[in-house]
Ligand binder design. Structure first.
Ligand code: PNS
Length: 158
């Protein structure tokens, strides 16, 4: 039985994230979506809001669990018995930092492997930051994220 972790800030979750979650859930026996509780950044949503939103849009995926975490990702991976870290790569520009993160995590814990999923082409331009920027200027970002999440982002910018 292989448990994988898909970690991230998810501020907010987008169709790009959801695509990776659905595909990784087909590959691994169990997929834990790890939501980073990062006090150094000023997020739009609290970690509790993010967890609840991700649970809502992954409710139809029985082998997906959503859990907040703090501290080192490799420590959390050990705690939940995850042996694979899943990350999505949207473009070459993502690769440099993702490679560094994967190599750092490997140094910290040799038992955990990072596996990259190529983001589906139709979502390769979407990021949580872009969503927030478009939303903050009143643009239409409804095609970037699931409807319930879209509504919650709209509420934040009211
Ligand atoms: O969605 P993001 O912001 O690209 O996700 C980044 C994340 C959460 C995967 C990364 O910041 C992380 O793992 N943070 C936990 C702290 C840690 O383990 N750092 C060492 C790895 S470089």
């Amino acid at each position: 039985m292989i448990t994988a972790i898909y970690p991230g800030s998810f501020d907010p979750i987008t169709y790009g994230h959801l695509d990776i979650i659905k595909r990784a859930a087909r590959v691994f026996d169990k997929l834990v979506v790890g939501v980073l509780h990062n006090q150094s950044k000023k997020p739009l949503f609290t970690v509790e809001e993010k967890v609840s939103m991700i649970r809502e849009v992954t409710a139809d995926l029985p082998n997906v669990e959503v859990i907040p975490f703090d501290g080192l990702l490799v420590d959390f991976s050990d705690q939940i018995g995850a042996t694979v870290i899943v990350r999505g790569i949207r473009a070459v520009s993502d690769f440099e930092s993702e490679l560094m993160m994967a190599q750092t995590n490997k140094q910290l814990n040799d038992k955990v492997e990072t596996m990259f999923f190529a983001t589906s082409a139709e979502y390769s331009f979407i990021s949580s930051s872009t969503v927030k920027e478009v939303a903050s200027f009143g643009g239409d970002f409804s095609r970037f994220l699931p409807e319930p999440i879209y509504q919650k982002v709209c509420d934040k910018y009211k």
